[in-house]
Design a binder for this molecule. Sequence first.
Ligand code: HGY
Ligand code: MN
Ligand code: MN
Ligand code: MN
Length: 409
Amino acid sequence: MKSTASFRAHKVVEACQEIAGFSDNPAYLVRTYLSPATRRVHDFLRSWMDRLGMRPSIDAVGNLRGLYPGKRQNAGRLLIGSHIDTVPNAGAFDGVLGVIMGLALIEGLEADRLDYDIEIVAFSEEEGVRFGVPFIGSRALIGDIDAPLLQLTDPRGVSVAQAMESFGLNLSELHAALLNPATFAFLEFHIEQGPVLDQLNAPLGIVEAIAGQSRYELTFHGKANHAGTTPMSLRHDALTGAAEWIGAVEQQARITNGLVATVGRLEVTPGATNVIPSEVRLSLDLRHTDDATRHAAADDMEANGRQIASTRGLQLSLQKKLDQPAIPLDRGLRDSLAAAVAATGRDGHRMNSGAGHDAMVLARKLPSAMLFLRSPAGISHHPDETVLVEDVQAALDAGLYFLKHLNPP
Ligand code: HGY
Ligand code: MN
Ligand code: MN
Ligand code: MN
């Protein structure tokens, strides 16, 4: 007979796997901001929240939120949550695990209702896939939704504001999406999405700081011409220019300690076998836990891009899409998480996060903490992304201990 804790851990994994079936594409898991599959996740979570008496509601940007009141008035509120959108060809646990963990912890309290309230939030957008900028969900809680963001358009030309309206959201209610003033902390459970815990054979990680991230869109402009008649010396090939630059970016990241650089998206125009590419649009994603290092690397890479472009008779245009500062998480909460992990007999590894998370947005306004669960084989943003049931159980045990020993300010 499985123990209640083990039963609950299995239920968390099964819930994430069931939600992974709610996709915008039948061939692989992808769920972007306010897509049709989002509603199915909302329905799944809403019925769970209803069973817990949490009166779920959807805020002005599509976050699903539910409140589990404490037994004392004015004892403050702890926010727990993560995101329910995904990257294309995603795994089943990135984001949604942090929402399900919150609900499972509330169930784990059983009769032990806490003094303070717990609010669970399923952030509607964190990855930035549909509109190119991340964290629309969590930014609404700190009042960081501005007109330029609402005017961004997706590849079909639909703006953020139009997407919200078609989803039935009411932008005039943006103020109501702000953090409740009684909220004293934010806690996000998340898979590590990297190899560190797996290599240490450690189940849990306490996140000290989250790396800053820069996102750019670059376009190399060249000249289309006939692939068969144009001598190599007379070409202005946008793709070979971009390729030279991408190789240099990789080389610079390899020699800069702690820097990671990724060109994840590349579009070639006109994209015909027998035409020299006239234009290449590509993305650049830079991460580092030190902002000055990240900014210096970005400046170097831009300068090198311009140099390559001018040598090859190309033009380079570059647009900064995101500059998210690195952010330390709350020392007190980190220590309480470490104590909770130790008290439940596991070792928690203190580490930084190379991935961005909603906690880095909330941490701008609120003491925030993250507990990582091991990513077997360090795989994420991929269908093979998974978690170990025993690590989910370890996180639930530590999470319950943390909740019961948390003293609101
Ligand atoms: O890109 C990231 O770091 C996160 O997975 N959104
Ligand atoms: Mn992700
Ligand atoms: Mn995530
Ligand atoms: Mn996150």
